[in-house]
Design a protein around this ligand. Structure first.
Ligand SMILES: *[C@@H]1O[C@H](CO)[C@@H](O)[C@H](O)[C@H]1NC(C)=O
Ligand SMILES: *[C@@H]1O[C@H](CO)[C@@H](O)[C@H](O)[C@H]1NC(C)=O
Length: 350
């Protein structure tokens, strides 16, 4: 109603001007054109508002929900779903993907076969994902596919409170879940390499887990951190409520997509202090154009870890050119990634 009134008023107004400026047809044309532009701008803006509200809602409503207990539903033909109980009353979902060259063999196989397969001598990666969503997110499957194609096993965990995993997602709880998964894997993996891949917030869980294992006299054979963040020492004394808050502020409707279990919990992820303690070979992967965790974060992790390990060979930083457009989640698309990972894993064997 308001819009209509103001529009008709504007019409009257312009009609008035039309009379006044009747001797100046040139002006008139300019005015008519600018009014047309104004209307288009308004219509465009209105459409933009409608679309930016409705598209996420529609996507949310109509994108078929993925059943995490059935990875084969989405074409993962050598992946099985398992549930582990890291603690009384907590059940977490994990996808175990066997090396791709075993996909035919894997058809119709049960949990038992997959557990035995874990001891086949192939390197094993525990994949610790970032905040939001669950183990079926395309960029997470993307990394699992790269690792599997290289001939490795992948165990992708949904921490407590994520996906179909039960429980409350606290920082300590996330660490407990991944420590538990490590032991579960080690009981079945024989002498195979067991590495960990932490993405985004999963990098914080990764170093927490590595330090916990160190206290138990254990360690990962290798650590890969992708899009890893580090919070300054100052932040340590004031636990971050949500380091990505600015991101949600910029794109408020992103909340529709990202079920975000961590948002109500305080956490610290003392990555810098953890890195001081670790002596595990480390590879840091980061895109220069990462819009969520700035590249400087990777450089800082690299600096701290290299100093702590006093070694150029044990700590590597691989930078992905900003022009490739990988941002925070897209490294799995890089054609050179398989070689980079293979080289790292081979360096662990010698
Ligand atoms: C997991 O994420 C997918 C999208 O990748 C979604 O369809 C599904 O509903 C989610 N499941 C749970 C239990 O969160
Ligand atoms: C199963 O997955 C493998 C590797 O991803 C693929 O090469 C193969 O074509 C798939 N097989 C079927 C029947 O979908």
């Amino acid at each position: 109603m308001k819009r209509k009134i103001s529009q008709s008023e504007r019409k009257k107004l312009s009609a008035g001007r039309l009379q006044k400026s009747s001797q100046k047809p040139k002006d008139l044309k300019v005015h008519a054109r600018s009014q047309g532009q104004w209307t288009w701008t308004k219509t465009g803006f209105f459409c933009f508002c409608i679309l930016s509200v409705s598209i996420p809602i529609l996507l949310h409503l109509f994108s078929g929900s993925i059943d995490l207990s059935q990875p084969s539903d989405i074409g993962l033909n050598h992946t099985i779903n398992i549930y582990l109980k890291p603690e009384e009353g907590v059940k977490v979902g994990v996808w175990h993907t066997v090396p791709e060259h075993r996909w035919k063999e894997a058809q119709g196989k049960d949990l038992d076969w997959y557990e035995k397969a874990l001891g086949d001598g192939s390197p094993i990666f525990i994949y610790l994902h970032g905040n939001g969503g669950n183990r079926s997110a395309p960029h997470r499957i993307g990394i699992a596919n790269v690792l599997s194609a290289l001939g490795y096993h992948v165990l992708a965990l949904d921490y407590r409170g994520f996906g179909d995993s039960t429980g409350e997602p606290t920082e300590a709880g996330l660490t407990t879940d991944s420590v538990y998964l490590y032991h579960w894997v080690k009981e079945r993996s024989g002498n195979s390499l067991v590495c960990v891949w932490g993405h985004s917030i999963g990098s914080g869980v990764t170093t927490n887990t590595a330090v916990k294992l160190l206290e138990q006299g254990k360690q990962f054979d290798g650590i890969i951190l992708e899009g890893a963040f580090i919070s300054g020492r100052g932040a340590r004394n004031h636990p971050i409520e949500h380091p990505f808050t600015w991101f949600y502020w910029k794109f408020p409707y992103i909340q529709f997509f990202l079920f975000n279990p961590l948002k109500n919990n305080k956490y610290t992820f003392p990555t810098d202090e953890n890195l001081q303690k670790l002596r595990t070979p480390l590879m840091i992967l980061h895109a220069e154009d990462d819009h969520i965790v700035p590249f400087a974060s990777a450089q800082e992790i690299y600096r701290i870890a290299k100093k702590a390990q006093n070694s150029d060979e044990h700590v590597k930083l691989v930078r992905f050119d900003g022009s490739l457009g990988y941002l925070h989640n897209g490294l799995y698309k890089d054609p050179d990634l398989p070689d980079i990972i293979r080289e790292f894993v081979q360096s662990l064997m010698t």
